[in-house]
Design a protein around this ligand. Structure first.
Ligand code: ADP
Length: 323
C-alpha cells in the first residue's frame, strides 16, 4: 500500500492532532503518500482531500482540536453517500484510511470497507473513554485533568462560603470523567450513569459530612445521569433537604479543548504509528487499542458490541475517602 488517508470524525478530542501527526509521519517513514481528508466523511464525499508531508504537521502535537476539522455527515450513512466517498478516494489513489473518532465513525468505516474494499483502521478519539476494546481513548486524560482543575477551583470558593457545589462534567453514557476527576478532586459524592442514583442516600452522605465537621461539599455529576442534570439534581436536593443554598457549575465544552496531556500525546503517537503499520500489514476493519500498556488490534465491531467495563471498586474508593 503506497497511499493512505487520515481523517477525524464525530466529536473532537484533545490529542487528535497528535494522532494526525503520528499517522502522517509514520506514513512518510514507511514510504507512503499520506492525504488529509477534511471535515470527516463530509470532506471524503466532497473531495476535500490534500497531500500532507512531515512539515504539514509541525507544531501541532501540543494543540487541542483537529487541524483536519471534524464533522457529522448524514449523507455517509446512506450507501449512495459511500459510493461517492469511495469514488473520491479512488481518484486520489487512496487504498487505506485511518479514521480517528468514536464508534459511530467506525460503523461508517466498516461499511466503507465492506462495500468498497477500502481498508480502514480506527483510532479511538473521544473524551468519554467509552469505546469497547481499549482501556483508554485519546483525549480522556486531558478531559479528566481539566475537570479536576475546575473542581479544585470550585473547592476554594465552596470552602470559603461553606457551600455545596454540584459540578456537571461530560459523559452522556459514561461516568469515566466524573469518577476519575471526582476521586482526583476529592469529591464528597460522585454520580454516574452506570449506577442508579439515590437522592435520599446523597442527602444522607451530605448530612454525615456535616456531622463529621465538613462545612462544604462537592458533588460531581456525569451529564447523562438517570436522575437528571446537575440543575435538576440540585433542585431535588433543595426540595427534600436543608441544603438549599447550593451552586451549580456545568464545565461543558471547556473539557474538549486545550493542550493535551503528556499521556494523551504519547497514546495518540503510539496509536498513530501502529495504525499505519497495521494498514501496511494488510489489516482492515480493526481499531488500535491499548490493553495492559500494549497496543492491540480489535475488530471495529468490538467497539459497539463490547461494553466498557465499569469498575464499582472506584466508587467504593470514593465513598471510603469522602468521610
Ligand atoms: P462518533 O464517531 O464520535 O461516535 P457519530 O456517532 O456522530 O460520532 O458518527 C460520526 C459520523 O460517522 C456520522 O456523522 C456518520 O457520517 C458516520 N456514521 C455513524 N454511524 C454510521 C453508520 N451506521 N453507517 C455509516 N456511517 C455512520
Amino acid at each position: 500500500m503506497k497511499c493512505i488517508g487520515v481523517l477525524t470524525s464525530g466529536g473532537d478530542a484533545p490529542g487528535m492532532n497528535a494522532a494526525i501527526r503520528a499517522v502522517v509521519r509514520a506514513g512518510v517513514h514507511y514510504g507512503c503518500q499520506v492525504f488529509g481528508i477534511e471535515h470527516g466523511y463530509q470532506g471524503m464525499i466532497a473531495g476535500a482531500i490534500r497531500p500532507m508531508d512531515a512539515r504539514s504537521v509541525s507544531n501541532i502535537i501540543n494543540r487541542g482540536g483537529t487541524i483536519l476539522h471534524t464533522a457529522r455527515c448524514k449523507e455517509f450513512m446512506e450507501p449512495e453517500g459511500r459510493v461517492r466517498a469511495a469514488e473520491q478516494l479512488r481518484r486520489f489513489g487512496i487504498e487505506g484510511v485511518v479514521v480517528i473518532g468514536g464508534d459511530g465513525s467506525y460503523r461508517g468505516a466498516q461499511a466503507l470497507h465492506q462495500e468498497h474494499g477500502i481498508r480502514c483502521i480506527g483510532l479511538p478519539g473521544t473524551i468519554d473513554n467509552d469505546i469497547g476494546g481499549t482501556e483508554y481513548t485519546i483525549g480522556c486524560d486531558t478531559a479528566v485533568n481539566i475537570a479536576m482543575e475546575a473542581i479544585d477551583r470550585l473547592r476554594d470558593t465552596a470552602a470559603s462560603h461553606d457551600r455545596m457545589f454540584f459540578v456537571e462534567v461530560m459523559g452522556r453514557h459514561s461516568g469515566y470523567i466524573a469518577m476519575i476527576s471526582g476521586i482526583a478532586g476529592g469529591a464528597e459524592e460522585i454520580i454516574v450513569p452506570e449506577e442508579p442514583t439515590d437522592i435520599g442516600a446523597l442527602i444522607e452522605t451530605m448530612r454525615l459530612g456535616r456531622q463529621h465537621g465538613k462545612s462544604s461539599a462537592i458533588v460531581v455529576i456525569a451529564e447523562g445521569d438517570d436522575a437528571g442534570d446537575a440543575f435538576q439534581i440540585a433542585k431535588i436536593v433543595a426540595e427534600k433537604s436543608e441544603f438549599k443554598d447550593s451552586r451549580v457549575t456545568v464545565i461543558g465544552h471547556l473539557q474538549r479543548g486545550g493542550s493535551p496531556t503528556a499521556f494523551d500525546r504519547v497514546l495518540a503517537s503510539r496509536m498513530g504509528v501502529r495504525a499505519v503499520e497495521a494498514l501496511l500489514e494488510g489489516e482492515t476493519g480493526k481499531m488500535v487499542g491499548i490493553v495492559h500498556q500494549q497496543m492491540v488490534l480489535r475488530p471495529l465491531s468490538d467497539t459497539w458490541e463490547c461494553r466498557c467495563p465499569y469498575d464499582p471498586g472506584l466508587s467504593q474508593v470514593a465513598r471510603i475517602l469522602a468521610v
